[in-house]
Design a protein around this ligand. Sequence first.
Ligand SMILES: [Ca+2]
Ligand SMILES: [Ca+2]
Length: 262
Amino acid sequence: MKLRIVAIVAFAVALSQCVSANAALTIVSAVGGQPSTAPGVKYVNFDFLSGDLAYDTTNADYITVGLKPDAAVVSGSASGLYAAPYLSSSNGVLFGDNTVSGVDKTPYLTSGKEGGSYPDAAVTLTFTAYQKYLGLLWGSVDSYNTLEFFSGSTLVGSITGAQVLANPNGDQGLYGTVYVNIDSTVPFNKVVASSSEYAFEFDNVAYNSANYDGTGAVPEPATLAIWSIFGAGAAGVAAARRRRRGRWSDADRQAIYHVIDR
Ligand SMILES: [Ca+2]
Ligand SMILES: [Ca+2]
């Protein structure tokens, strides 16, 4: 019986680690919205990118762009496949584009269509440092666009086009593009953009590792497993001590219930 309780405690502790992986995402989006100008924010426009390449490696915390077929770096628009985002209220200035209002004429990223011949189609942004903020110019927003946030290999949150625009129908004009600012309670170091239909198009990403204080990242599964074994081992030692000492005290039981209840 005591062994079973020890196992339950170890499982409950492991479970509580998993539960804490859910990030609360605060989303602010607007036509003509602007990226954050907080200290430390970096602005990337993907204009000198082709293929799977690291971007802006002059920064210690840079982005590596991963393109799973049929994601791509593109310019302009191709009917039924991708459409350029739309700049407004001069919201490209911090990215080196002084357009006041008009189509994004620079290279941008498109997810392609996930499924069928391309089951993994997606754009992956992998950061060398943890982030708690992401901004992006999200063009021709569709309800079937999905943006996922990962801490290591753990999915900590996701949003869809329906959460950034009231009527996400792929409008390729002024009112179909929003600048979206997302703050996460859980630090992330990978973002994946995918779409079940053509397509998820975006440009002008802002990010900021300066507001990551070094805490809250989700442990890698291997680390978690080792930690759990250690935790179970430590609990086992404690149980053995209790066995020598005698019955579980009320305080011990309360401690266990507390852990299970979390
Ligand atoms: Ca660009
Ligand atoms: Ca679209």
